[in-house]
Design a protein around this ligand. Structure first.
Ligand SMILES: *[C@@H]1O[C@H](CO)[C@@H](O)[C@H](O)[C@H]1NC(C)=O
Ligand SMILES: *[C@@H]1O[C@H](CO)[C@@H](O)[C@H](O)[C@H]1NC(C)=O
Length: 729
């Protein structure tokens, strides 16, 4: 009896509250003093008043945003699970889990990568008969189908191998890469055998993709290949559903005679005249298709490049759902987005460490983590629109879907009818049911809708990362990713789903603010652009914009600046960044704000005004060997010319010239003002220059292919000249 009352998970408050409150209170005072000074000491009209008012506006924006970011820092929490208790109480009655993996394009997401993810999920430490894996292929590619078919055969060897030796990670690609060269007495004796099988399979798949042909004799081995003919294109084809492994049938066993997980391939119908709603559309089709095949009460959703690095993740997630006291109102369990190919001081600042360790943990304390579209366990009913009601309890002991007399072909036909283009017409799908349509970040808004139906969510950030994806490894990819995120979240902020309106009265104010941390990323771009240009220009134009260094008013400015950065550094170091990584992050902080977020802002507003979408996006290139090497050496990658790089180069150059120009003017006493009037401006400009050193190197010193192209350098010189000619400040 005692046992059954023990919780399946624990929630712990994170430490460091004294430090936090000290910084929060003193920062708040400092910010108020800064704003007061700005408002009270504006110069007379004509003597740089416009620039001053601009500074006030920028600082006001920063202040508001700072308050918003505090919402998640009040009381961050950490979750811990007790898998042993889960096993003791529920081992016989564990619920089924359907995993959804979405892929869209066999060229940018190679099928051999996709099946590594799938194999890692099939090999979870969980009863196989309760796992079903669904791959949605929006590319409608026979090669992806072929790869999945190969995986279904390899699984018969791979799963017993994983379980016999309890290996980690269970993605064959990652496992063999990691264990290569680290042989010892624990290395399984079949290691080379399985590795060879795996390599051969990968080679067959890659050859097929490369040559664009699948050998005829293979096509005879599965009826699914008949679905493809020469007329099928990725944008125009019938619905395809193929059950590659039917976990219910008696011959679906691995080489040790154990049941295999169910494995299903789906390419929903595509017709040019129907809008397909991207990934959200694919997920909704998967929800329906899976409902006639396995209909598990728990759904895991992972990106096709995010393999499982921890075979116990399902059990961790179930500790939340099945908890007797708190489980009934938990809608989803979100894991952080981790990457497997981070360099030590991640030059592009995309480790997401602070977001993962501080911000989302804080959101969790406010009512729930965001749904970030990957690494997330949902409860099917809730994803399908169920509203929370008091006293609601899910019946976990509900039997695994019993199958009547239907045979596998009938089930496939039924599933196909659920994946057609017109199935969703005049239904609530994409609105009240399933993942929402019409927004670039469908995941965030779907999570928000679930929160607003009064469900909670939890954030699980285990010591050993649960899912590992591929981080962007060039500047262009990083900027593109952040443009998409900032644009998507800003679109939500300006829509009827703005958390302050939509969430009012349904979720806590703290959570409403928490969502806005990302919603306002794009809006941050303008104050930042202003702050990195105007004060520096003021140096050469003799326009002081900060209090002189001896004045007591300088103290709040210096304090706020130092405290913000010191506390930021403290958070970054605690979250696992290195000092240099933090510094790189500061540079990227600026670069992202003046490019990605600015573009995100402009595109959102243009869409809002109904102006056709600009072709602003940089295209992500396929990385070559040189690029990969530079990524590992942590050298910034430019290479191609794009308008974003012009902005980055212009700001860097402008600050350099302002620093030098300002210094010489002050030295020669051009203005009748003491130098200390300009000292704070100097320090700011100097910091920007120091942060930009790698940019200058890329513009003027480097010779490799990843340097800033001369066309970009020239354009930036042109813009800098223009800025000096136009008397804006
Ligand atoms: C993946 O998990 C292993 C433990 O199995 C851990 O040592 C490793 O650090 C994890 N990988 C990453 C990239 O965090
Ligand atoms: C990261 O992943 C990309 C894409 O798979 C690859 O090209 C790159 O070499 C990887 N980098 C590292 C450091 O592992």
């Amino acid at each position: 009896m005692m046992e059954s009352r023990r919780r399946l998970f624990a929630t712990e408050k994170m430490g460091g509250r004294t430090v936090y409150w000290f910084q929060a209170v003193t920062m708040a005072v400092g910010i108020l003093l800064v704003l007061y000074y700005r408002a009270a000491h504006a110069p007379a009209a004509g003597q740089g008043r416009a620039a001053w008012v601009g500074m006030l506006a920028a600082e006001l924006c920063y202040a508001v945003y700072w308050v918003i970011t505090q919402s998640v820092r009040w009381c961050p929490i950490r979750r811990r699970t007790f898998k042993d208790r889960l096993a003791a109480r529920y081992e016989e009655n564990l619920p089924g889990v359907d995993t959804f993996v979405c892929t869209a394009d066999p060229h940018s997401e190679p099928p051999s990568l996709v099946i590594s993810t799938i194999l890692s999920i099939m090999a979870y430490n969980y009863p196989s008969e309760k796992i079903s894996v669904y791959l949605s292929d929006d590319g409608g590619s026979i090669f992806t189908f072929y790869a999945l078919w190969e995986a279904s055969i390899f699984a018969k060897k791979w799963l017993p191998f994983c379980k016999r030796y309890n290996i980690e990670p269970r993605s064959p690609a990652a496992y063999f890469l990691e264990s290569e060269g680290h042989h010892n007495q624990f290395t399984p004796k079949e290691w080379s055998l399985i590795k060879n099988l795996y390599e051969e399979m990968r080679e067959r798949i890659d050859t097929a993709v490369m040559s664009g042909k699948i050998p005829e004799e293979i096509k005879l081995k599965h009826k699914g290949f008949d679905e493809w003919n020469s007329e099928i294109t990725s944008k125009n084809h019938q619905p395809i559903v193929q059950i590659l492994i039917d976990g219910k049938s008696r011959n679906a066993v691995d080489d040790d005679g154990n049941v295999l997980p169910t494995l299903v391939y789906m390419a929903r119908e595509k017709r040019p005249q129907y809008h397909h709603n991207f990934k959200a559309g694919a997920l909704n089709a998967l929800i329906r298709v899976s409902s006639v095949i396995s209909d598990s009460p728990v759904i895991l959703n992972v990106d096709c490049d995010m393999y499982s690095n921890n075979s116990d993740s399902i059990r961790d997630a179930l500790c939340f759902f099945l908890d007797e006291e708190m489980g009934h109102n938990i809608g989803f369990v979100q894991y952080p987005q981790n990457y497997n190919n981070m360099t030590q001081n991640n030059i592009y600042g995309n480790s997401l460490n602070v977001i993962n360790h501080v911000e989302i943990s804080g959101l969790d304390s406010a009512g729930g983590s965001l749904y970030i579209g990957t690494g997330c366990f949902h409860r099917r009913e809730i994803l399908c629109g169920l509203k929370f009601s008091k006293g609601y309890k899910e019946d976990w002991s509900r039997r695994i879907k019993e199958r009547g007399q239907e045979n596998i072909n009938e089930i496939e036909e039924k599933a196909k009818s659920l994946a057609t283009c017109n199935y969703e017409l005049r239904t609530q799908w994409g609105d009240e049911i399933g993942v929402k349509y019409g927004y670039p970040v469908e995941d965030i808004i779907t999570g928000l809708a679930i929160h607003c139906r009064c469900w909670k969510s939890v954030y699980m950030n285990p010591e050993r990362p649960a899912f590992l994806g591929v981080a962007p490894s060039t500047l262009a990819q990083t900027l593109l990713q952040h443009k998409r995120w900032s644009e998507g979240n800003f679109t939500i902020f300006l829509s009827k789903y703005c958390t302050f309106l939509f969430g009012h009265g349904k979720i806590s104010l703290q959570l409403q603010m928490g969502y806005c941390i990302y919603g306002l990323w794009a809006a941050n771009s303008l104050p930042t652009l202003y702050y990195v240009m105007v004060p520096s220009l003021g140096l050469v134009k003799g326009n002081p914009l900060f209090p002189e260094i001896m004045s007591p008013w300088a103290i709040p400015f210096i304090y706020v600046f130092c405290m913000k950065n010191t506390y930021g550094l403290y958070e970054a170091l605690l979250s696992g960044d290195t000092l240099k990584g933090w510094w790189n992050g500061q540079r990227m902080w600026m670069i992202k704000r003046i490019t990605s977020y600015l573009y995100g802002l402009i595109d959102t507003i243009r869409k809002l005004l109904g102006v056709s979408k600009m072709s602003f996006a940089v295209t992500a290139k396929v990385s070559d060997d040189d690029e990969a090497k530079r990524y590992e050496q942590e050298i910034l990658e430019f290479g191609s010319s794009s308008p974003e790089y012009v902005i980055i180069a212009t700001v860097a150059l402008l600050n350099f010239i302002c620093l030098v120009g300002g210094l010489s003017k002050i030295m020669t006493g051009v203005w009748n003002m003491p130098w200390n009037v300009f000292l704070l401006q100097f320090i700011l400009c100097g910091m920007i220059v120091i942060a930009n050193i790698p940019i200058y190197e890329a513009m003027f010193l480097r010779k490799d292919k990843g340097r800033v192209p001369s066309s970009v350098t020239l354009a930036s010189v042109g813009f800098v000249v223009l800025v000096f000619l136009v008397p804006i400040v």
